[in-house]
Design a protein around this ligand. Structure first.
Ligand code: PMT
Length: 395
């Protein structure tokens, strides 16, 4: 689970994008959140309540007079049980109701009765989005402290192209997760290396390792959620860029060093998660090496140590290293931390860490060892960000 479990009231209003909210429900549930769906009558013309009931595992409410709520006040009960209300899709009409406090159905009434944050994901035709009345209403929502997510731009169901598309479910999921995360690194600039490096032998072959990038990408995502401005310097991976992070793709250790050094002056925190090749190929061939009877000899030379280089800068950022060891993990990790002169290092067992979705991390600093236990990388990333924020605050 990426953020601690939340109770989300997902409000669905009448728009063709309502079908995307089925996927959004699935993403929330998969991440461990509890989802209560409430729909307007118009929404149920686009997607049936049973779809959302099946995905959320809870009955769906559409009617202010629903007899299933014993006290006859579903607008109070449902809104009190939510940590946040997300309206996705939010139609022009529903936005107008929110802006003017109109309550003529269950969803608009429970929004008015809420004592929790309200997030709104508009979805409408581009002309409806640009309509001055709608723009005035959106401005009113923002004035009232309601978070407006999107809209996106592009092809519309009506065949037109422009602003007004609902953001994709994955984007809404990310933005909602970020909304809930404490802003522990607000205003901080964080530079992260992630993934493997690739050191070419010839035009088609090279030396790499089995780092997937998952740990580094999870940290980038957690840092974005914590309010940081994040740059991710990534070796070759198949992972999508975390929403809100700036990504720079590199191949070898030297490219990675160049990308890091280009950004390090504007960095408050540097987190070296990449599994960087210690050696590069000295006698690299420009063309593909032809097979012969004798095996070719590959000569290696030492790569620069990116973390040690950054840690040695006179006005350098706060540095966090990683160590993947296959034995004596904590002892070797602490030796590495002292050798590279870094305040914080995350130690993990190489066999368990490379490529997997879970990991077990122990943080080591001058105060000693802080085990984060075994957990999904997303959760460990949040633990690491909390620890870094604590150390920055104590400096
Ligand atoms: O990508 P995943 O599949 O999710 O796997 C995550 C991981 C196992 C790669 C990650 O959790 C991890 O442990 N990364 C560090 C791997 C490692 O063992 O690094 P190292 O011991 O070679 O180096 C120690 C530290 O110096 C690391 O922070 C590394 O990024 C850095 N380093 C190392 C060599 C080098 N030339 N430059 C560096 O900056």
């Amino acid at each position: 689970m990426a953020t601690s479990s939340k109770r989300i009231l997902l409000g669905i209003t009448g728009g063709v994008a309502a079908y995307k909210s089925a996927e959004l429900t699935r993403l929330f549930v998969k991440a461990g959140h509890s989802v209560q769906v409430a729909m307007t009558e118009a929404a149920s013309h686009f997607v049936g309540p049973v779809t959302f009931q099946a995905l959320s595992g809870k009955p769906v409410f559409t009617d202010q007079w629903d007899p299933r709520i014993n006290n006859g006040m579903p607008h109070i009960d449902l809104s009190r049980e939510a940590d946040a209300i997300l309206i996705a899709p939010a139609s022009t009409d529903f936005i107008a109701k929110l802006a003017h406090g109109q309550c003529d159905d269950l969803l608009s009434t429970l929004c008015a009765a809420r004592d929790c944050p309200l997030l709104v994901a508009p979805a409408m035709n581009r002309q409806m989005w640009e309509n001055p009345a709608n723009q005035r209403n959106i401005a009113l929502l923002k004035q009232d402290g309601i978070a407006v997510l999107g809209p996106g731009s592009g092809d519309q169901a009506c065949g037109e192209v422009g602003d007004g598309r609902m953001l994709e479910p994955a984007e809404l999921f990310e933005l909602t997760e970020a909304f809930f995360a404490p802003k522990l690194l607000k205003g901080k600039r964080v530079l992260i290396t992630a993934g493997p490096t690739f050191e070419p032998i010839d035009a088609v072959r090279g030396i790499t390792n089995s780092s997937s990038g998952k740990m580094g990408y999870a940290i980038a995502r957690a840092a974005v959620h914590a309010g940081a401005e994040v740059t991710l310097v990534s070796g070759p991976t198949a992972l999508p860029t975390p929403l809100g992070a700036r990504r720079i793709d590199v191949q070898g250790a030297r490219d990675m060093l160049d990308a890091v050094m280009a950004g390090v002056a504007d960095t408050d925190v540097f987190i070296a998660v990449a599994a960087v090749a210690d050696y590069t190929v000295k006698n690299r061939s420009e063309h593909k090496i032809k097979k012969t009877d004798s095996a070719p000899v590959i000569e290696l030379e030492l790569n620069p140590d990116i973390l040690a280089t950054v840690a040695a800068l006179p006005q350098g950022p706060f540095c966090v290293g990683f160590a993947a060891e296959s034995q004596n993990v904590l002892q070797y990790a602490e030796e590495k931390r002292r050798r590279k002169h870094i305040p914080l290092l995350a130690a993990n067992l190489a066999q368990a860490a490379f490529g997997s979705d879970d990991n077990e991390l122990t943080l080591i600093d001058d105060q000693g060892q802080h085990p984060l236990g075994r957990a999904p990388k997303a959760e460990l990333a949040q633990g690491l960000i909390r620890h870094i924020a604590g150390m920055l605050a104590a400096r």
